[in-house]
Write a protein that binds this ligand. Structure first.
Ligand code: OMD
Ligand code: FE2
Length: 421
């Protein structure tokens, strides 16, 4: 089903979805009606998100949660040690645990706020070689924006199934239970875990009524359920920690649902990229796919931004990202190809961090090339970098700090000095 922010309704079995009401005295087939609220009941209409699920057993039916012993790198947060204001970069991680599923293979890299504050965004990298079979995950701390980098995965959520290949993104709303299946081989990627207001499409201002990510290109699954009376483990992330409980059935037993609190997927190639047709280049806010506003207008709790293939035509313009310092903090990943500000060292599957007010921009080689380039129209192709930009400074986890490239500052060493008259 297509559209961002729409009201959907779907049933996997005819007659499972009540017509014209949410909570009939006896739902069809003995299903249980359950409301899943993604906003306060009284949120303004345009912010209000909830779905009604019709399931084989109520989610309330479970034993107490206990601490979960797995996923040793899926951490609560970072250390509180003073963090040097250094720029940091990571090669693709090569020592992530083997034989893991999506949950056990998650490594937290960058953390911002305590999820109990209901603000902030964390950045994780996952590497999985196994499907989750009788294990289901739910995140009470935030929604999860999944950004595959290698290997297609399938998200089997309470609301249905989504296949997500590299070049696509998918969102699982806070609290929605899901498991991740692999088609075989290795699946790697990134997750932006958003504790704050849910991601939405940015305002378009003078761009007008079309452009950037268009609402019609978002896809939400139709209802799909499994009827499995087998032991299942439910792992839940709550207040930064992981907990586990056991069920005697699959909780992915939602036969029908309706509402606007939904998972979705989106193909980044559908992004309608806008840029200069005269000179200079706009701030990268022009590349915002999704935004999670904070309570301060215009200052995002998190922006998900991409640097897609595009024409560069700016006249008398230094075309790659300029040198800059930013009050917002920038985490960047690369899905494939090269990024135009970094001639080397930023590899697909890698990560970089330019935290609040750190000086960054093109490396020496990219600067040299772009300063001398003939300015004919050029198409940047075969690349997809992204940024998770936030108003909250990132703190790398101790695992991340141990794995950072030792010499990232070299990217900006040896710029020739300007020659004054
Ligand atoms: O740092 C980066 O590479 C991202 C970025 C790109 C750009 O063109 C302007 C600002 C910015 O932060
Ligand atoms: Fe930047």
């Amino acid at each position: 089903m297509t559209g961002f922010g729409g009201q959907f309704e779907t049933e996997a079995v005819a007659g499972a979805l009540p017509k014209g009401r949410n909570s009939p005295q006896r739902p069809s087939y003995g299903l249980y009606a359950e409301q899943l609220s993604g906003s306060a009941f009284t949120a303004p209409r345009h912010e209000n998100r909830r779905s009604w699920l019709y399931r084989m057993r109520p989610t309330a039916d479970h034993r107490p949660f206990e601490p979960f012993g797995g996923a040793r790198l899926f951490s609560a947060a970072s250390g509180e040690a003073p963090l040097a204001p250094n720029r940091l970069r990571w090669d693709p991680l090569n020592d992530l645990p083997d034989g893991t599923d999506f949950v056990d293979g998650m490594a937290t890299m960058l953390a911002t706020r305590d999820p109990a504050e209901l603000i902030g965004v964390n950045v994780h990298i996952y590497r999985a070689t196994r499907s989750m079979d009788r294990r289901v995950f739910a995140n009470a701390d935030g929604e999860m924006l999944v950004i595959p980098q290698e290997g297609e995965i399938e998200l089997f959520t309470e609301m249905g199934r989504l296949r997500v290949a590299p070049g696509w993104i998918a969102l699982v709303p806070r609290g929605v239970r899901f498991r991740v299946m692999l088609g075989g081989g290795v699946a790697r990627g990134y997750v932006a875990e958003n504790f704050g207001s849910p991601f939405r499409l940015p305002e378009l201002g003078p761009i007008g009524s079309n452009g950037l990510a268009n609402a019609r290109d978002f896809e939400t699954p139709v209802a799909s359920y499994e009827d499995r009376d087998e032991p299942f483990e439910l792992v839940q992330k709550s207040l930064g920690h992981l907990w586990t409980t056991h069920l005697d059935h699959s909780p992915l037993d939602v036969v029908a649902w309706h509402g606007n609190y939904v998972p979705w997927r989106y193909e980044l190639a559908r992004f309608n990229t806008i840029g200069t047709v005269s000179f200079d280049h706009p701030d990268p806010s022009i590349f915002t796919v999704l935004t999670s506003p904070s309570e301060t207008p215009g200052r995002a709790n998190a922006d998900f931004v991409i640097f897609p293939p595009r024409w560069m035509v700016g006249e008398d313009t230094f075309r790659p990202p300029w040198f800059h310092r930013n009050v917002m903090s920038e985490a960047m990943g690369l899905i494939h190809g090269d990024y135009d500000a970094k001639a080397e060292g930023f590899r697909p599957g890698g990560l970089s961090l330019h935290n609040i007010m750190s000086g960054h921009g093109p490396d020496v080689e990219s600067w040299r090339k772009a300063s001398g380039a003939e300015l004919k129209p050029v198409k940047i192709e075969g690349t997809m970098a992204f940024m998770v930009e936030t108003c909250w400074p990132y703190r790398p986890t101790s695992y991340a700090l141990e794995h950072a490239q030792p010499d990232y500052d070299q990217a900006w060493a040896d710029f020739p000095k300007a020659k004054m008259p």
